[in-house]
Design a binder for this molecule. Structure first.
Ligand SMILES: O=C(O)C(=O)CO
Length: 333
């Protein structure tokens, strides 16, 4: 029997075609949790994006589901604990979007310090009447060159950010779960305890995954260490206590915040919208380049098919699932 697979977002057509060679595929664009609960029982596999929450209440109804393939490096939108208990394999993609996301992190940093997004809105709203308006209105613009950049999280994305930042004439500090001698050697990055990175950097870039340990890692206390500095987030919204962050902006302690991610996405209204000069806000699309999306699509499809073939993909997130349901019990291709 051909497996039945649901893709819950608009995946690129080439990887989708590849998937269709092996499985009967339904594309259901961004279903709500309630909608997903109604149909989940029909599927052997799911391919999901970070904007497709798959909570435990959905998985409890997933009678024949064998695999959830995340079309992302992050997998915090899936209840992995429940998936594991139910013998559902969860996979992620790796190595295919680091360059795209790192490039975006640098873009956000430059936009934040040089006020590029602000300036774009300024000119479009017809306010550019003279050079004087710009010179007197655009005060306190800073270069990235010459700054100290602290990177929290030195995985593939963190390293790709470090290389780019170094090339822009910055010093690199970092904190990560483990030391990374390769990047220390390559760009002279210095490993420091987390709070020291915050104290000694001018710009802090968050490139951490969302886990229990990293939840609100930038909280009220740590924001005090960021006085007069910039914060950039391409990790996950939950890394930052947004309420405390807004307070720090309001009290002019934090100089600026650029983020691609939010505690609750999608975002239609947010207190951060009031800080036009101090923030750059983008809708969780750092990985959305044509090249990265195609590579991610193929890897997500390969991961899903590997599980259905009774193989163990390298990027399996929940290895404990192998004890709950061994690969030969999942195999249907
Ligand atoms: O891959 C991910 O987890 C992303 O959020 C890409 O932006």
């Amino acid at each position: 029997m051909r497996p039945k697979v649901a893709v819950l977002f608009k995946m690129k057509s080439k990887p989708l075609e590849e998937l269709k060679k092996w499985a009967d595929v339904d594309v259901i664009l961004y279903p709500s949790v309630e909608e997903l609960k109604k149909v989940i029982g029909k599927y052997d596999g799911l391919i999901v994006s970070p904007l497709n929450p798959v909570p435990g209440e959905v998985l409890e109804r997933a009678g024949r589901l064998k695999v959830i393939s995340c079309h992302s490096a992050g997998y915090d939108h899936v209840d992995v604990e429940t998936a594991t208990r139910k013998g559902i394999y969860v996979t992620k993609v790796a190595g295919v979007l680091s360059e795209a996301v790192a490039e975006f992190a640098v873009g956000l940093t430059i936009a934040l310090l040089r006020k590029i997004a602000y300036a774009d809105r300024f000119i479009r709203s017809g306010k550019w009447d003279s050079h004087r308006t710009v010179w007197s209105g655009f005060k306190g613009i800073e270069t990235v060159y010459g700054k100290t950049v602290g990177i929290l999280g030195m995985g593939a994305i963190g390293k790709a950010i470090a290389r780019r930042m170094k090339a822009m004439g910055t010093e690199i500090l970092y904190w990560s779960r483990s030391r990374k001698p390769d990047i220390e050697e390559e760009v002279g990055a210095r490993y420091l305890p987390l709070d020291d990175v915050l104290k000694e950097s001018d710009i802090v870039v968050l490139a951490l995954p969302a886990t229990k340990e990293t939840y609100h890692i930038i909280n009220e206390e740590r924001l005090k260490l960021l006085e007069g500095k910039y914060l950039v987030n391409i990790g996950r919204g939950t890394l930052v206590d947004e309420k405390a962050l807004v307070k720090a902006l309001k009290e002019r302690r934090l100089k600026g915040y650029a983020t691609d991610v939010f505690e609750n996405e999608p975002v239609r209204e947010h207190e951060l919208f009031d800080y036009e000069w101090e923030t750059v806000l983008t809708p969780h699309y750092a990985g959305l380049s044509k090249e990265a999306m195609k590579d991610m699509g193929f890897q997500a499809v390969r991961n899903l098919l590997a599980v259905l073939r009774g193989e163990v993909p390298e990027t399996l997130v929940n290895r404990e699932v192998l004890k709950v349901r061994p690969p030969e019990e999942v195999k249907m291709l």
